[in-house]
Design a binder for this molecule. Sequence first.
Ligand code: AMP
Ligand code: MG
Length: 403
Amino acid sequence: MISVEEAWRRIEERIEPLAAEPLPLEAAEGFVLAKPITAPIDLPPFDNSAMDGYALRAGETQTARAERPVKLPVAGEVAAGGWQDKPVAPGTAVKIMTGAPLPPGADSVLMLEDGRLRDGAVEIRGPVDPGRHVRRQGEDVRRGQVLLEPGLRLNPQRLALLASAGIREVPVHRRARVSLLATGSELAAPGAPLRPGQIYDSNRITLKSLLRAGGSTCDDLGVVPDDPAAITKQIRTGLGRDLLLVSGGVSVGSHDHVKQVLRELGMETLFWQVAMKPGKPLLCGRLGPTWIFGLPGNPISCVVGFLIFIEPLIRRLEGKPRAKPRYAKARLTQDLHKKDDRRHFLTARVSAGSDGFLEAAPTEKQGSAMMQALAQANAFVVAPEDCPFIPAGKTVEVLLFNG
Ligand code: AMP
Ligand code: MG
């Protein structure tokens, strides 16, 4: 059986990011840039006023005092979207609005509120610093400068920057396409009556919403019984996607057919069984371009497998070169004992302690099918392999959910 690290290493060495495609800015949110983007223009593109006020020559205001104001006749007005070629004549000011280009000759702006307009002249009661309230051409970004590096996810802030530089289309990695299949003859759909021996399928909705939380959508291939022919048929329809997730049927039971079916379909196995609890019988392989994961049917195994392997894999495929599971550090609120030498993932509630550090409280019940504990959890405490006892107060690693 291999370690979690070895399993991830085998995944990592086979990752190739998905192809880049150009997308209009309006559709690019959440996608990851595939190439650097350089500024086609200066930002701001021209000197402009940061305030509504009067554009003037600062030098002419240096003797201004409250009791002896400098008076500059106001010769015209320039609004946002306007343009004035004519220089501001010495000894005059021009009324200017926020965002309006600074007319030639002027070097600063007096705020509207700070000047009194009387008989067509503005009275200035104190010296104006040169450059005051002027946003200089290129002070934000110089033309040719790199605006955004590849590997950055396009969020509202970054989209704002690109739009302000006039960029309409960006090269991004396409998002992963995933298909999802649940297997198990015992599975009933929520809403249907439960016959003896049946349980309701929860893994499909869990995985679907975990995928959605990361921005992926999936084709839902439904539920099939533990029947090799039925499994084969549905898996065939799921191939051709970037990932195929199959829940259940990957363990060693006599009705666990998924592994055999995938082998017969030609899957190359990267690993099966990882030294972790829950989630040991995890299967990972490749069939052509498709990544395949067979997730153990126990609901919490399914979640842990998704968070430590599938979620970071998807982010890497989508262009985040260093994506890893979302681990953080937290202080344990109670003693932990552990019997075997696998890595344990315990459902836990993580919150900020009184000193601001994170605290992790394992749920009262633990077990790979404890649904109420799963619903209480917002994280997993990671109990390392070689650690039979962890005392309360110790800092441990926690695995967080996405979003
Ligand atoms: P398996 O991995 O098929 O051996 O299943 C392990 C356990 O998970 C069994 O108790 C199954 O009944 C349960 N299980 C399998 N699939 C699901 C599912 N989709 N939703 C909830 N529990 C499941
Ligand atoms: Mg089963």
